[in-house]
Design a protein. Structure first.
Ligand SMILES: [Ca+2]
Ligand SMILES: [Ca+2]
Ligand SMILES: [Ca+2]
Ligand SMILES: [Ca+2]
Length: 332
């Protein structure tokens, strides 16, 4: 090959790279694509906490950028508890209620109870925009159900994120089976079309691990200004492998892990270099045997007791450890 054609090929490649869209935040899939988590999980309220859900409810917030002015849908994949994907206990008898909220009272920055971290919190403030109860329903087994369409301005406006905020609450209102499901924020009813700049977050993450000990799952809390330490809590990890915290500064800090139906709490120091970025909590399964159907709960709070948000699409991207290199001057 002549060097001239190599140069042309390089130029074409550079032009192609320049024409690609810039890094777009697409937090439309929950769990997000970097998280490598198969499903969210919520048990019916007569379930045992030893199956991995400590409160039989789950809350997620969606942020819609203010310059997006079209209607959208919040889609739930496999909303039923029955058939494929779900965790049966005896017979399938769980009923799960999904409810979408907008309007004043939803924004968790302005209304702490909206986070629903304490059982006594009234986390159903705002306008109820849509709600539906699912039992075992073949129509929606291994398929999407669509809530909406919604108008962005039906959300609660948050100036910091320049976004309208919506909330979806999932509650196991009866039964004891585990409902496994996922969300997708879509601009289209019949397919999954992401909204540029949108994201999703939660304060208490209850999720299912893969039944594959080669897979690593991730969740990405955002470290806001003023945080100096983080108290982590993990519940019902079933002595599966290790949980590591990775950041630009931390190569892989192990945290104490919980067993069956118990929790482990520890404090993680935060460095200045980690502020304004995401941390990568990595969930590595144990290697000697496969811990099956492992559901786990993780939550974090800062030194003031405020909960941290886990974003489906990590703010600032997935953090990569950068070793500190000390440059030594050559001595003659
Ligand atoms: Ca059952
Ligand atoms: Ca199902
Ligand atoms: Ca399900
Ligand atoms: Ca578990």
């Amino acid at each position: 090959m002549k060097s001239g054609s190599v140069v042309i090929k390089l130029l074409v490649l550079l032009m192609l790279a320049a024409s690609l869209p810039h890094e777009t935040v697409s937090g439309q899939a929950v769990p997000g694509k970097d998280e490598n988590i198969p499903f969210l999980v919520t048990f019916g309220k007569f379930g045992e906490t030893s199956w991995g859900d400590d409160d039989f409810s789950s809350l997620f917030f969606f942020t819609i950028p203010k310059d997006f002015n079209r209607q959208f849908y919040i889609k739930v994949f496999d909303p039923d508890a029955g058939g494929q994907n779900d965790e049966i206990q005896g017979l399938f008898d769980s009923k799960t209620m999904f409810s979408v909220y907008g309007g004043k009272g939803v924004d968790p920055d302005k209304n702490i109870e909206s986070r629903g971290l304490k059982n006594s919190d009234n986390y159903k403030q705002g306008n109820l925009l849509a709600s539906r109860v699912f039992g075992s329903e073949p129509t929606y087994d291994n398929r999407y159900y669509e809530f909406g369409p919604f108008n962005p301005t039906e959300g609660d406006y948050n100036e910091k994120w320049r976004s309208y905020i919506f909330k979806i609450v999932c509650e196991g209102i009866t039964g004891d089976d585990g409902n496994l499901y996922r969300y997708f924020l879509s601009s289209d009813k019949n397919s999954e079309i992401p909204i540029e700049g949108a994201n999703a977050f939660t304060y208490e993450y209850t999720f299912r691990m893969w039944n594959d000990n080669k897979s690593v799952s991730h969740i990405y809390p955002y470290v806001d200004t003023g945080i100096v330490s983080i108290k982590q809590r993990n519940f019902d990890w079933d002595d599966d492998g290790v949980i590591l915290v990775v950041s630009t500064y931390k190569q892989g800090l192990p945290v104490p892990i919980s067993g069956e139906d118990n929790e482990k709490v520890s404090v993680i120091p935060v460095e200045t270099a980690e502020i304004g970025k995401s941390l990568d909590f990595q969930f590595h399964k144990r290697q000697d045997y496969v811990v099956k159907n492992n559901n786990v709960v993780v939550s974090l709070e800062n030194q003031r007791g405020d909960a941290l948000q886990f974003f489906s699409s990590p703010i600032g991207g997935v953090p990569v450890y950068k070793p500190v290199i000390t440059v030594r001057k050559k001595t003659k």
